[in-house]
Write a protein that binds this ligand. Sequence first.
Ligand code: FES
Length: 111
Amino acid sequence: MSAQIACLAEDVAVATALRVELHAADGALVEVAVVRDEAGDLHAISDVCSHGQVSLSDGEIEGCTVECWLHGSRFDLRTGKPLSPPAVRAVPVYPVTVDGERVLVDVDAQL
Ligand code: FES
């Protein structure tokens, strides 16, 4: 499956995240956080923290990072890599394209 509509651009304000559920080509459900960073750029990362299986879209956006609300690990929105403990594993990051008002995410093509 290729890129699919995740939301509308206007649905994601600066420094906020929106949780969406998409389906991979194999039918698996993929929980995605569509995030607009403080510079206004959109990102799509796994919504599931690699440390404790909680929703990253409930975290705080700062710069180009999101902070997990449970234990405070901060993840780079461009790479998915944790920048602070306790998380040590990256979360998947997916390609995002904006087509007019539509935000498209390809959950089968991790960056
Ligand atoms: S659950 Fe996210 S850092 Fe622990």
